[in-house]
Design a protein around this ligand. Structure first.
Ligand code: PPS
Length: 307
């Protein structure tokens, strides 16, 4: 089996300077223009009943959940989970970039079933076949404040996102939904409300931090997978922040340096709950809280911003 990832192959080419994308609204949701070139094919994507979807707003713990799911499906075996990098093991559905990287659809076409698929799409933009095929879906949500801080640092280092500019400017744009994938509140609420009608397991990043084993067991129950305690111990260990940070198959270090500039920030940055306190001013915290109360009024969805 060829274990060299698509990104490693790309990394052997000379590295051109990347022109950062612009955001273009798709049915009112801003997306990087590079993703839209493929949109028609994404929308027509034919899911299979055995596909499992992992959906998140960006920076909400996607990679962590991907690693947990991959470990569960491979019986807690770290060797099988190192077969390829994360982008190849669990492709990113709507990802498209012409600069020597395969699209999510290209990778999915080569993947054997049962496939696990990553998306950041808000529920209303999800290709309909996932619902028609009654695919299982796991949604991972993170409190909006830490999500914002993580997204800001990611946009600083990821050249396939628009330049985030100043912290204050980014803060305001996030609150107005003028960042990739739009308003965080709409995203987390859209998936929350859909879980009554579709097979969606809704998991919180903060719960995973509080008790990873408990949340891993929830995912196993949802996937109808039983494993011995020793395998679950292995999963808890290998999916910890420290383990994943040191694992090139899950820390995105295979992404070329002209795309992820890790001298600015690393993909596995801090992995904490409450880091927002190191960035929010008192005025920003008040503005966030006011906005949050207004936008989530009437919803039973609750987030913890500290543990
Ligand atoms: S992406 O690009 O949207 O797929 O990013 P995503 O994986 O959703 O989010 C990255 C943040 O998740 C943190 N992370 C983890 N935290 C705790 N434990 C584990 N195992 C873990 N793996 C990833 C990662 O550090 C990013 O958060 P920040 O706050 O920036 O550190």
């Amino acid at each position: 089996m060829n274990t060299m990832s698509s990104c490693e192959e790309a990394a052997q080419d000379p590295l051109p300077e990347i022109r950062r994308p612009r955001l273009v609204p798709l049915r009112g949701v801003p997306l990087p223009d590079i993703f839209l070139q493929n949109w028609e094919a994404v929308e027509k994507f034919q899911a299979k009943p055995t596909d499992l979807l992992i959906a998140t707003y960006p920076k909400a713990g996607t990679t962590w959940m991907q690693e947990i799911v991959d470990f569960i499906l491979h019986d807690g075996d770290p060797v099988r989970c190192r077969r390829a990098d994360m982008q190849s093991r669990i492709p990113f559905l709507e990802f498209a970039y012409s600069g020597h990287m395969p699209s999510g659809l290209d990778l999915l076409a080569k993947l054997a079933s049962p496939r696990v698929i990553k998306t950041h799409l808000p529920f209303q933009l999800l290709p309909k076949s996932f619902l028609e095929q009654k695919c299982k879906m796991i949604y991972c949500a993170r409190n909006g404040k830490d999500n914002l801080v993580s997204f800001y640092h990611f946009d600083l280092m990821n050249k396939l996102q628009p330049d985030p500019g100043s912290w204050e400017g980014y803060f305001q744009r996030y609150l107005h939904g003028n960042v990739s994938y739009g308003l965080w509140h709409d995203h987390v609420k859209g998936w929350w409300e859909s879980k009554e009608r579709f097979p969606i397991l809704y998991i919180f990043y903060e719960d995973m931090k509080e008790d990873p084993r408990r949340e891993i067991l929830k995912v196993m129950t949802f996937l109808r997978k039983e494993l011995p305690d020793a395998a679950v111990d292995n999963i808890v260990h290998h999916t910890s922040f420290q383990s994943m940070k040191g694992n090139p198959m899950s820390n995105y270090s295979t992404v070329p340096a002209n795309i992820f500039d890790t001298s600015v920030s690393s993909f596995m940055r801090k992995g904490e709950v409450g880091d927002w306190k190191n960035y929010f001013t008192v005025a920003q915290d008040e503005a966030f809280e006011d906005d949050y109360q207004r936008r989530t009024r009437g919803s039973a969805l609750r987030f913890r911003t500290v543990l």
